[in-house]
Ligand binder design. Structure first.
Ligand SMILES: [Zn+2]
Length: 346
């Protein structure tokens, strides 16, 4: 005797329950649903077969099929929800973020000591009325030498250990060509300071580097004398190093100034009493200076009978070495963060 509709459906329901229990993903559940309730599903086939039954049996058969269909749908939904929940929790566990871990701290930078000293020096001269001018690092030999009263064959040209780019261009050996460029483009009065990097064919050691930084100054006007030079630079030293610091001028020689001088300040290590840093002289050389040579004024088209001026130049590294007691010029360029961090917050 063939199994009744009710028996077949009950068997189908139990089979589906077993399969659902064995399913371990929402995709498995969907596959069971299609196989059972889909267009060609097992239960759908039973429902379609009702149409072939005698008319009086159809309502009863329909009820039985609907009851089993509802039961299976409910079981499928329950299992799908349970598996989705498990999948979600597994994903959350995998992607978990521990918000209690400390963050990765980004190191805080600091200004380079040469930048600090340069901006301090420029600020001091700005307060005194000088404006800042800059120029190219690759210069014509005219701007670097001839216009500064250093003609070809002049010994100063050899002493500078110049790096040539070609026959007519050099890596500038000083920032003085900026003074020439400003005077070529501007009538007096002129009062400028020129910061920048300069280059020499020097082998690096504790006190030499193939590149270093200068700040030069220039003032040209009517009636400017050595007295203005001395007052301006003494005032600068007192503002930058302190009002009590002693200053002296020593005669010197530069091709582009006449007369020329070196300006010394009392040793910042021993205060002037004498120590190894100042070779027991009590003095430290700070800068070179002098009255602008008439040949330089004439080279830029200024009437040297009417206009006079003074100029000076200093190495930024030397100022920083004196101010912070740094023993080796190479430390400025090695980018060792232990050294650079000493200047944080300055
Ligand atoms: Zn000293």
């Amino acid at each position: 005797m063939p199994a009744s509709l009710g028996e077949r459906l009950e068997e189908l329901r139990r089979e589906v329950e077993r399969e659902l229990a064995a399913a371990d993903s929402p995709e498995d559940v969907e596959e069971i649903r299609v196989r059972t309730l889909g267009k060609k599903g097992a239960l759908t086939r039973e429902a379609k077969a009702i149409g072939a039954l005698p008319a009086e049996e159809r309502p009863g058969a329909g009820e039985v099929v609907n009851a089993v269909k509802n039961a299976i749908e409910a079981s499928i939904e329950t299992r799908r929800a349970a598996l989705s929940d498990v999948a979600l929790r597994a994903r959350l566990a995998e992607e978990a973020v521990d918000a209690t871990l400390p963050g990765r701290r980004r190191g805080q930078g600091a200004n380079h000591p040469l930048s600090i000293v340069t901006s301090q020096l420029l600020e001091t001269f700005r307060r005194m009325g000088f404006s800042v001018a800059t120029g190219p690092e690759i210069e014509s030999t005219w701007h670097n030498f001839e216009a500064l009263n250093i003609p070809a064959g002049h010994p100063a040209r050899e002493e500078m250990d110049t790096l040539y780019v070609d026959a007519d261009h050099v890596l500038r050996t000083h920032t003085s060509p900026v003074q020439i460029r400003v005077m070529e483009s501007q009538r007096p009065p002129v009062s400028i300071v020129c910061p920048g990097r300069v280059f020499r064919a020097d082998d690096p050691d504790a006190s030499h580097s193939p590149y270093f930084h200068q700040i030069e100054g220039l003032l040209v006007d009517e009636g400017i004398s050595m007295a203005h030079l001395k007052w301006t630079l003494t005032e600068f030293v007192h503002q930058y190093f302190g009002p009590e610091v002693k200053v002296r001028l020593r005669p010197s020689y530069f091709p582009f100034t006449e007369p020329s001088a070196e300006l010394d300040i009392a040793c910042q290590v021993c205060g002037g009493g004498g120590c190894p840093s100042c070779k027991h002289s009590g003095w430290m050389e700070l800068l070179g200076c002098g009255m602008v040579h008439p040949a330089v004024l004439e080279a830029v088209g200024y009437d040297s009978e009417r206009w006079t001026g003074f100029a000076w130049g200093m190495g930024v590294e030397r100022v920083a070495i004196n101010k912070y007691g740094i023993p080796d010029i190479r430390m400025f360029f090695e980018n060792d963060v232990r050294f650079l961090h000493r200047f944080r917050g300055r």
